[in-house]
Design a protein. Structure first.
Length: 296
């Protein structure tokens, strides 16, 4: 789940079980000292008592996630082959309603699906994407390969978009600070991520307690370092100097879900279960994904 990442810490070494040692870590959103809630394998998950944000202890990871070509072409093949065009259209309308010829930066653009969609919708937009994965500039889209945090951009942008990216970064406050540095006065910041308070997460946690760990370990795997809820995501933006103007929940395409299964029958069963969690999330107001729109 998730399509990309920017810079992921290359820290290594195994930390003792934090739950037993009493180790605490500052929350990656509000800096409140937080204790270890649970863990599996070499992953230790901490929970903030103030904003309920969940995050991974980076020092516990023996092998951090690698974002090579296989991450996009194999591990998350479905995500790239079935882009969320409904969300893309909503992003397009949000940007162009504010400025028709906006300059747009897609941070962690992956294979460039959003940028190609925007280009097909409107030739007036100036489109740039950056990722550590390789892409070739074409069709009026400039793709940059490198680290968003250190790249020397020539100008600021009218809109900066990051879809399914912020959960991958090691320090969300540094990431958001960099966005604020690059957004033009009055510009838009659109950030999309998973909602940890969604029904899908609830089902995964329940299944784990009942002995089925696959969904839980998939959601809390090593490539997701921060698990945002509906309070912690806007709080991060606000402490960075951005003002929230819209915050909506939604589902993603079922076909885009990467569900490892030993056979097609079991995959179909699991996919049906995800669909059910999506529908229940919509009904209860706790959908799987959340998108925040802010301005400077």
């Amino acid at each position: 789940m998730g399509e990309t990442g920017t810079s992921v810490a290359q820290s290594s070494g195994y930390a003792p079980d934090a739950a037993r040692t009493g180790k605490t870590l500052p929350c990656t959103i509000c800096s409140t000292e937080s204790g270890c809630e649970t863990g599996f394998a070499d992953i230790r998950l901490f929970r903030c008592p103030a904003c309920s944000h969940c995050f991974t202890d980076l020092a516990s990871l023996q092998v951090p996630e690698q974002y090579g070509t296989e991450y996009f072409d194999e591990i998350h093949k479905n995500w790239n082959e079935h882009p969320d065009v409904g969300l893309f259209e909503r992003v397009y309308r949000i940007i162009t309603e504010r400025r028709a010829n906006a300059s747009v930066l897609d941070v962690g653009c992956g294979k460039g699906n959003l940028l190609r969609y925007l280009r097909n919708r409107d030739s007036r937009l100036s489109l740039t994407g950056i990722d550590i994965a390789p892409s070739v500039s074409k069709d009026g889209i400039e793709f940059l390969r490198g680290d968003f945090l250190t790249w020397k951009f020539d100008s600021k942008f009218d809109a900066i978009v990051s879809l399914q990216v912020i959960e991958h970064v090691t320090d969300p406050r540094v990431f958001t600070k960099r966005i604020v540095e690059l957004i033009a006065e009055g510009g838009l910041v659109i950030s999309n991520t998973i909602n940890e308070q969604s029904v899908l997460y609830d089902v995964a946690r329940l299944a784990r307690r009942l002995g089925s760990r696959q969904a839980y370990e998939r959601l809390y795997s090593r490539h997701h370092l921060n698990h945002f809820n509906r309070a912690s995501l806007p709080r991060l933006m606000e402490v960075s100097g951005l003002k929230t103007i819209a915050h909506f929940q939604h589902r993603g395409p079922i076909a885009a879900m990467d569900i490892p299964a030993p056979n097609k029958w079991l995959e179909a069963v699991l996919r049906a279960g995800v669909w059910g969690a999506y529908v229940l999330g919509d009904v209860t107001g706790r959908s799987t994904y959340q998108t925040l729109v802010c301005h400077r």
